[in-house]
Every structure is written in C-alpha cells, then in structure tokens.
Design a protein around this ligand. Structure first.
Ligand code: AMP
Length: 557
C-alpha cells in the first residue's frame, strides 16, 4: 500500500493525472481534503458543544482537526486496517466530530450506533457490521452494558465526561489519543472507499447497513452548501440537532467542516428549553430537526414569550416525517423559517429540498406555504421518478400516485454484506424508496405515505399523512397519527390517535367534524383515540407499527 506522510502537512500530495489526455485532473474527493482545507483556512472558527453536565465546551476547527489526526494516528497504531469499522456510541459532541473525521482519515469507517435502539437490534447491528473498536461516551456505558455480550468489540475507548472509574476491559479515549506518536503515515484514500456507515431503522425486516464513501459524502456536502434557501455557508452558525447516529446528523458536521462554518452540538440535552438556550446564546443561523422537535420548540416559545432572542432569519431544515403546514406557518410567525426536505438512510440523507422557485417569487404567501408544505424537488445530481405497481413511470400531474424512486451519487447502490433486499433496486438502476408520492408539474413531490402506512378501505387508498397534517392544524391538537386497523366490512378503516396540547380539550366528534370539512366522508377516521403522547422511534418518528399492534383488535361494534 502506498503511504505518505501528511501528519503535519496541510496540503494533499496525491498523484494527479488526467484520466483522458488533455482533460481535467482526477482529483480525489476525500475527507483528507476537507480536513486539510478547514485546518488551513478556518482554524479559529468555533466548534461548540453542550456536555452531559450541561456545561458548554468551546473548541475550534483547528483543534478538532488536530485531535482527529491524532485519533487517526492512534487507531492506526492500535491496528486499524483500511476498511475496518469503528463504532461510536456517542451524543452529538466534540469527540464525536473527531471520530467523524479521524476514523476516515485513517482509512477506517466511522459507524455511529443508534443509542436508542432495543439491545437486540443494537447487538445485531454491531455484530453484522463487524465493528472492531468502539468509542463510547461514559454517560452511555449503561447502554453499552446491555449489548456487550452480543457485540464483542476488540477494544473499547471511553470518552470521559465524569470522574467515574473506567469499567473493566475499557480504556480511556485520552490515553488513546496520547498514544498517537508523531510519525503517522496517512493512507492515500480512494474516493470510492467507505468513510462512514449507518444502519436503517429496520422497520421493514432487519436493519441494513449503508456505506457512505468519501466521494458520496463530499458531493452530498457540496449539495448541502448549495441547497435552496437553506444552504450551509461559511458565515453560518450551524446547530446540528438531528442525532449524529441518524444518517450522520443529516450531513451537518461534514458540510460545516467543508465550508468552515461554526458548528454547535447539543450533547444529550434535546429538550426544547436547552435547544432554545443554545439557539439564542450561540446566535445560530441554521439548524435541523424532526417535526416533533419543532412542536416542542413552538410550545416553549408560546409558553414563555420574550425569553429567547432568536437570530433574525433563523432557518431550519425539517425532515424524517411530514412537516404539517400548520407548524410551518406557526414557526414562521415565531421567526423561524422551516424548510422541508426528504431523505432516507439510503440517500445520505438529503434527496430533496422544499424551496420556492424564482419563477414563483410573485406568488402570495398562501401559495408559497402550500409549496413549502410539500417535500420539495430533487437536489442537484439526484434524479427522481414515481412508478405504478407495474413499474410504469407516472406523469408529473400531482394526481398520479406511485412509488418514489431515485438515483444519484449519494444514493446507496446496495446494502453492506447483504443480498436480503436486492429487490430494492430496479433492473434499470433506481432505488425503490417505499414512499408513495405524487409529483406536480414543477417537479415538487408530495409524500402521500410510506407504502406500508397507506390505509386501504373498501379498495380505496387513504393518505394517513394528509389526515395527520389536517388534524395538526386544529388548535387543540399537539400530535396526531392515523393508522389503518382491520375492519370486518371494509378490510381496513382509519382511526386517529391524538395527543392534545397542554390545557386544550376537544372531543372525537369535534375532530371528526373538523376533518369532514376538508375530506370526503369515507376518508374521515371512524374513531379518535386520545393518548398522553404518541410512541416514538429513537429518532423521533411516530412508531406506527406499535400503534397498529395496540389497536389491532379495535372494538368496531
Ligand atoms: P430514515 O431512513 O430513518 O431516515 O427514514 C426515511 C423515511 O422517513 C422516508 O422513507 C420517509 O418515509 C420518511 N421521511 C423522510 N423525510 C420526510 C419528509 N420530509 N416528509 C415525510 N416523510 C419523510
């Protein structure tokens, strides 16, 4: 293997030759370039994190990248070989960013584990990925205990935030970094080699591993730096709220590194008040989060007006599940512009951005909200289409409904070490997303449902997403889920499961009447069940499978 010294160097020394004589250099798109560029150009730009004890730790890109290089050197000394997986069990914090860069700089693959998974799923993922080493926050050691027998990591390095003693068999992350030495021979990275991996949530079958390459990460980051009305620019202060174990915090840490933007990380504190404190104190200009986070932030802002001073023009990208138009409007009133995006673990994740085109700039606010409430159009370099059950490509008329398919340089081409789901790719090379959409003449998609969440009543499809969005517009409703449950006559009928806003009251009849004014009678849920809160997955999506199970024997008579 060709190796060359770059430990102290800030420029790349790689062989660059034109692929075709007289054409461009074959310059590798790797994280080595990102690290070298940002270390050289933006060393004093801040990287800030809230620690588990709630204190704020301030660092800079220069320091983070120096430590990432030390990590790369130390892991190499510890025996890491190219392509080896290094798992992380960490909140969004400084050491996690070091792993995001340091592991790939050593030629390894950084594999964030979703710390909210069930131990069985967790153990399956870590052993399927054959993670060799683990970097773990000490506050997450109890989570590690639950899977340790199932995932025999060769070495475990603990990032110590407290003075608690190291458990048996664990080493300290600080000592790991200290073991780096000064003679690190950084590997020459191939842009098509893997730098990172995440597993799908496993809602359809077993979780599947998706490997992100250096090239796919760089191109995804570039697209994020160009995206619609919410691009990440150098002047931004970027708050990465989406967990770093959920599709790499939607690319924020890598894109902030590439652009040299200030990066803020919430640590374990994801309650609305802690998030708002950081939005205010750090003068955040761009952030991210699933709709549930924004419901909580809206409620906190309404409950304590004037407590937080948000940066004028604060923007947030919102995805993971559908963002109701009512929430978009309310947050705009509160000074935060939300931008819908759509994506999946398999799409790195950003596939689309919600954005008003220049040709729509004269539309009134009503029309613009309608556009922004949809899931947007394809990012540059991503192609989308939707097809019917027979695989026929459907027209973009906003009526034809079919499965969304996509392709592009940051869309998975297969799963890691698994042929279990090869049918997810079509013979002509598109990825089948499992999302059911309509696409309008502008190319803007509207998610109707996950295919498995569609309700089929008497042979007719009912969109649970459309009903949920409508319910969320009711002043008493905090969150709502609509599911199909078996019905003796209609095979399946929708019921709504609703949590009310604090102090609000509403009856089932009132909510059904509210929907009846907006939907055909047969589409209105037959029942409304009130709950304290909806069950959520580890990344904040409604766990519909659990609701379907809970109400499987719904008493129809
Ligand atoms: P995950 O791989 O866990 O990120 O889940 C991906 C799935 O989340 C997608 O296939 C969609 O069903 C859903 N999703 C992501 N973004 C959106 C969005 N903006 N609106 C509606 N559903 C979304």
């Amino acid at each position: 293997m060709h190796r060359f010294a770059t430990f102290h160097a800030t420029t790349l020394s790689v062989r660059l030759g034109p692929v075709f004589p007289g054409s461009m250099m074959d310059f590798p798109l790797t994280l080595a370039h990102v690290a070298a560029r940002t270390e050289r150009l933006f060393p004093s730009v801040e990287v800030v994190a809230r620690k588990p004890d709630r204190s704020i730790e301030r660092s800079s890109w220069g320091a983070v990248i120096r430590r990432a290089r030390r990590l790369a050197a130390a892991l190499t000394r510890a025996g890491l070989r190219e392509g080896d997986r290094v798992a992380t069990l960490q909140w969004n914090g400084l050491a996690h960013v070091e792993a995001y860069l340091g592991v790939p700089l050593a030629g390894g693959v950084c594999h964030p584990l979703n710390l909210r998974l069930h131990p069985d799923e967790f153990g399956y993922i870590a052993s399927h990925a054959r993670d060799r080493f683990l970097l773990v926050d000490d506050v997450l050691l109890p989570v590690l205990e639950s899977i340790r027998a199932k995932a025999p990591f060769e070495r475990i390095f603990v990032v110590q935030h407290t003075n608690a003693p190291l458990p048996a068999g664990c080493e300290s992350y600080t000592s790991l970094l200290a073991s780096a030495g000064s003679e690190f021979m950084a590997p020459q990275l191939d842009e098509r080699s893997a730098a990172s991996m995440c597993y799908t949530s496993g809602t359809t079958g077993r979780p599947k591993g998706v490997l992100y390459t250096h090239r796919s990460i760089l191109l995804h980051s570039l697209s994020q730096a160009l995206a619609g009305d919410a691009p990440i620019a150098q002047r931004d202060c970027v708050f990465a709220v989406a967990p770093m174990f959920h599709v790499n915090s939607w690319g924020f840490p890598y894109t902030a590194a590439l652009m040299g933007a200030k990066l803020v990380l919430p640590g374990p504190h994801l309650d609305a008040e802690s998030l708002l404190d950081l939005l205010d104190q750090e003068r955040v200009t761009l952030t991210s989060g699933v709709p549930t986070i924004w419901v909580a932030i809206r409620d906190a802002l309404r409950a304590q007006p004037g407590r937080w001073r948000l940066e004028p023009g604060l923007r947030a990208i919102v995805g993971g599940s559908a963002l109701p138009e009512s929430l978009l409007r309310e947050m705009a009133e509160l000074g935060v512009q939300l931008f819908h995006c759509w994506g999946m673990t398999e799409t790195s994740p950003i596939g689309t951005y919600g954005h008003v085109k220049s040709t729509q700039a004269d539309f009134d606010d009503e029309a613009k909200f309608k556009i922004l409430a949809r899931q947007g159009y394809a990012s540059p370099l991503v192609e989308l289409r939707h097809v019917d059950d027979a695989g026929r490509v459907l027209p973009w008329d906003d009526e034809a409904i079919g499965e969304l398919q996509c392709r592009g340089p940051w869309i998975a081409g297969s799963y890691f070490n698994s042929h279990e789901s090869d049918e997810r790719w079509t013979a002509d090379g598109w990825f089948r997303t499992g999302d059911v959409v309509a696409i309008d003449s502008e190319g803007v998609i509207r998610i109707v449902d996950r295919s498995k969440d569609l309700v089929k009543s008497g042979g007719e499809w009912i969109s649970s997403v459309a009903l949920e969005n409508a319910l969320m517009a009711h002043s008493g409703v905090r969150e709502a889920a609509v599911i199909g449950v078996p019905h003796p006559k209609w095979q399946e009928r929708p019921i709504a499961v609703v949590a009310l806003r604090p102090g609000a009251s509403a009856t089932a009849e009132e909510l059904q009447q509210f929907l009846a004014e907006r939907f055909a009678k047969w589409q209105v849920p037959d029942a409304v069940v009130f709950v304290e809160a909806l069950p959520r997955t580890g990344v904040g999506k409604v766990r519909k499978s659990e609701l379907r199970e809970r109400y499987r024997e719904f008493p129809w008579s």
